[in-house]
Design a binder for this molecule. Sequence first.
Ligand code: NAD
Ligand code: WQD
Length: 336
Amino acid sequence: MILVTGGAGFIGSHTCIALAQAGLPFLMLDNFSNSRCSVLERMGRIIGAVPVCIEGDVRDAALLAQLLAQYPINAVIHFAALKAVGQSVATPLRYYENNVAGTITLLQAMQQAQVRTLVFSSSATVYGEPATLPIGEDFPLSATNPYGWSKLMMEQVLADVDAAEPGQWHIARLRYFNPVGAHESGLVGEDPQDVPGNLLPYVAQVAAGQRSCLSIYGNDYPTPDGTGVRDYIHVADLAQGHLAALRYLRQHPGLLTVNLGTGRPVSVLEMVHSFERASGRSIPYQIVGRRPGDVAQCWANPSLAQQLLGWKAQHGIDRMCQDAWRWQNGEARSVA
Ligand code: NAD
Ligand code: WQD
């Protein structure tokens, strides 16, 4: 059985659906700090049964020990973290405590219970401003905010844990690029609790009429149309990447570090136009100044994931926007 921390969140919920559809039993653990328990019932409509989710915190060592003793858990996928870059600058201690201390508590509990297989959610943010593109796993690492530092610190903790007990651990550090989209059913998707900081959820709310206008942060970058360029990846592809990593780890002890991206550069304006096609709505936007800390361009070389995991992203941006729109407009959710 696989323990999925943060399983009720955006990427966690899609990965749990993929686990269920692959016939892999799992147990979710989430404190619902950035998700709602209503997702469980909607996941149940897709996979045929409401999944079991323990409401609790990864920083709760006693709870982790109890779960690892009570259930036949042999691997952990660790999504639970706080992820808002701006908030991390304002409340760094909260971020380090939740993300770094939470991961250490989890690793201690796993070590104690002799469970040594872990898939960890890292991020392309660990590459900072890349000198060249596309980004390979061997590129220099850096961070510009506490969220990014927390990911770098956790990556280091995992490398040190692996080095201290060579051949004992099976650890994957998956560096996601920009996860977007939603489940094709329209029943599960990204559910921001505050004003969305990320592009696609904001665009979706503008298309739905919940916000009047998108602010595009700069059109003077050295990119083909001047707006920022990213590697958007469909969350369903990302979910499959976790299954591929688990399969790989079963055969390979040690530390695996791979990019999960499409390798396709996409600008803000291309994304806006794709969402307009998907929704049939126009997306009013204004160009404003650059957002502090933004990099001009960031996209992956995803070939290592293909080579080692046999994994490759399948969906393009139009599909990402169509699925995000189906989730945003909520029709599927209202049909019981
Ligand atoms: P999310 O906020 O939707 O999901 C995270 C889940 O973890 C939430 O359900 C939240 O309630 C839960 N959680 C947070 N702290 C917890 C704790 N201490 N104990 C138990 N549960 C806790 O975020 P997401 O987009 O699904 O991201 C999942 C992981 O992927 C995170 O580690 C994030 O840093 C990483 N990541 C996300 C992105 C992205 O853009 N979405 C990009 C790269 C990496
Ligand atoms: C994408 C592009 C913006 C909003 C962030 C985190 C990163 C990772 C993913 C977790 C950029 C532009 C955005 C808006 C805009 N998270 N934009 N108007 O910045 O690549 O990455 O999320 O690990 O750590 O930093 O993603 O979606 O915020 O921005 O013009 O209202 O859209 O400037 O070019 P980003 P994003």
